[in-house]
Design a protein around this ligand. Structure first.
Ligand SMILES: Nc1ncnc2c1ncn2[C@@H]1O[C@H](COP(=O)(O)OP(=O)(O)O)[C@@H](O)[C@H]1O
Ligand SMILES: [Mg+2]
Length: 355
């Protein structure tokens, strides 16, 4: 018998817990397998990261079907980066991960990326699968004008050489504008100039800050304008949610009153986070209810919703606090940097002024 916890997830949805999104998956597959890049738009917790990861997994499992020897991908979430340097480092590390993956056991390729990444002060270690794993300590020296562009261009050359395809997911992409708008735009120009000429590197930009994200892609003066196909992620159709619930109930040995499972789809309105959390809570309550265990009634669903709402308010407040904290950290760093760059005109001390 299968477990209901395999089908609903509080983390990103993958494998059994992922369903639907045929249209968006098709768009992503078409773009990424032809080195096109994508801008994934949608509210918080609507399923952007899940669909991006799901598609990359599918593509890498069936790389040959798309004409590649391998497809390597990596996801980096830059939302916790307080400085531009940290964000750059995180993206470059993702580039290095994909490069290591593509190089695999090919000593010549490994040597090639070792040479390229030598400027970033890398460390090589042999990973579990006998694959060279490159970790960057990364000190971008000031002599490097466009480290990100150069790294992406090098990745493209490596991928072409090996007949592979590289995909990079940059999650919470608007963080670049949040840290510092003008420096963020400089990075976007670097990415643009690499993407324009690349034939084996594709990128997915995801982010939930609507205004900042659309400005980065729709504003004609911005670097990534016209460079990416937009794929919108919205709620899941309620009827598909109900179908999924019925499938899970049957496979996991649950019974249900007529209309009870429909109630889950109806209350959650097909919002992926609400749907998956409410489903988890409902199935859990049903397992432990005294009267008729593993039988879902409307009452079970309503009780689960009440419990979920209580948890969710807590989680959301926590998430928002964390976001605010990151913003504060950024402001703090900016102030310290400003102080560090201020030249002292006159030295004064209380002792001096008393004289
Ligand atoms: N296609 C899907 N099928 C089932 N559950 C999903 C799907 N997409 C997202 N979810 C669920 O929704 C929640 C939010 O997904 P996530 O990918 O983190 O959203 P985002 O990246 O937009 O914030 C997670 O709990 C995840 O399990
Ligand atoms: Mg996400």
């Amino acid at each position: 018998m299968k477990k209901y916890t395999d089908y609903f997830s509080r983390k990103i949805a993958q494998g059994n817990s992922f369903f639907d999104r045929d249209e968006q998956r098709r768009a992503l597959i078409v773009e990424l397998s032809s080195s096109g890049s994508v801008w994934l738009s949608g509210e918080r917790r609507v399923g952007k990261t899940s669909v991006a990861v799901q598609v990359c997994r599918e593509l890498s499992l069936n790389a040959e079907q798309y004409g590649f020897t391998t497809l390597a991908w990596s996801k980096c979430d830059i939302s916790s980066c307080a400085t531009m340097e940290a964000a750059k480092r995180k993206i470059l590390q993702a580039v290095a991960d994909v490069a290591s993956d593509i190089a695999g056991r090919d000593q010549k390729a490994v040597e090639g990326i070792r040479q390229f990444f030598a400027r970033f002060d890398p460390e090589f270690a042999i990973g579990g699968k006998d694959i060279a794993k490159l970790t960057l300590k990364l000190r971008t020296s000031h002599s490097m004008d466009n480290p990100l562009r150069d790294a992406l261009t090098a990745l493209d050359a490596l991928a072409r050489d090996k007949g592979s395809q590289a995909v990079l997911i940059i999650d919470e992409f608007q963080t670049l504008s949040e840290i510092k708008a003008d420096e963020g735009e400089k990075i976007e120009w670097e990415i643009r100039s690499a993407l324009q000429d690349s034939s084996r590197v594709a990128m997915v930009f995801a982010g939930s800050k609507k205004r900042m994200m659309s400005d980065a892609f729709v504003n004609k003066n911005r670097a990534l304008y016209g460079q990416c196909r937009r794929v919108k992620i919205g709620n899941l159709p309620e009827s598909d949610c109900t179908r999924q619930l019925k499938k899970v109930a049957t496979e996991c040995g649950f019974e249900y009153d007529e209309g009870a499972l429909e109630r889950i789809s109806e209350i959650s309105k097909g919002h992926p986070r609400d749907f998956s959390h409410l489903s988890l809570q409902t199935f859990e309550l049903a397992v432990f209810q005294a009267k008729k265990p593993k039988h879902i009634t409307e009452h079970t669903v309503n009780a689960a919703w009440e419990a979920y709402i209580r948890d969710m308010v807590f989680d959301e407040v926590n998430a928002l606090l964390k976001e605010k904290l990151n913003n504060n950290k950024r402001a703090e760093v900016a102030t310290l940097q400003a102080i560090a760059h201020t030249r002292v005109a006159k030295i004064r001390s209380s002792w001096y002024s008393m004289k």
